[in-house]
Design a protein around this ligand. Structure first.
Ligand code: NI
Length: 190
């Protein structure tokens, strides 16, 4: 197992539509090696999701692992480390909400993106077995962000107002305190 290089915005692979994996490829040693490397890479980078195109493999595969608990996004349900192959997203309710997203391929930046908050995900696992998940809120945003990578999209493509793209340090210094204060006020008023 090894940590792979994460390619950054500007690398053409991040803008390609990745190909589906064939059933006979899914259980292969090569695929198991790639997934092991992606897990190492995700842990090394301290992220919550990594799509294969981010390590320059243009195939429809992503790993997601969300520790859960109390975060700056509120209380988040945990998602144990899971491999998603050839995933599809169905929006079950178009109502959207926004989060400040970041991406290992766009280091140092954050952007505010509004996405549907109720989705159904269908995918295969590493044993080529079908999975189906209903996701809401922050998790729905994470999955849409990760699977966008398989279609050559980055979160910055969804930013409606360019002033909502900022550096991480400035986000923590100027935006996060304002958001926390607004949430506190809301809690006091409710
Ligand atoms: Ni990303």
């Amino acid at each position: 197992m090894s940590v792979r290089k994460i390619i950054r915005m500007g690398h053409p692979t991040l803008r390609r539509v990745a190909r589906e994996l064939l059933p006979e490829e899914i259980g292969s040693d090569e695929m198991h090696r790639l997934v092991a490397d992606m897990i190492d890479t995700l842990h090394d980078a301290g992220g919550i999701g990594l799509a294969a195109p981010q390590v320059n493999e243009s195939i429809r595969l992503a790993v997601i692992e969300i520790p859960g608990g109390q975060t700056r996004y509120g209380e988040i349900p945990a998602m144990p480390l899971t491999v998603f192959i050839n995933p599809e997203i169905e929006i079950t309710n178009p109502e959207g909400a926004g989060y400040w997203e970041g991406c290992l391929s766009v280091p140092g930046l954050r952007g505010f993106v509004t996405r549907p908050q109720h989705i159904r995900v269908r995918a295969l696992n590493l044993h080529a077995e079908k999975m189906e998940l209903d996701l809401q809120g922050f998790l729905a945003t994470v999955f849409q962000h990760e699977f966008d990578h398989l279609d050559g999209r980055l979160y910055i493509d969804h930013i409606e107002n360019p002033t909502n793209l900022v550096f991480e340090e400035e986000y923590e210094r100027y935006i996060l305190p304002e958001e926390s204060a607004a949430e506190d006020a809301q809690r006091r008023n409710s």
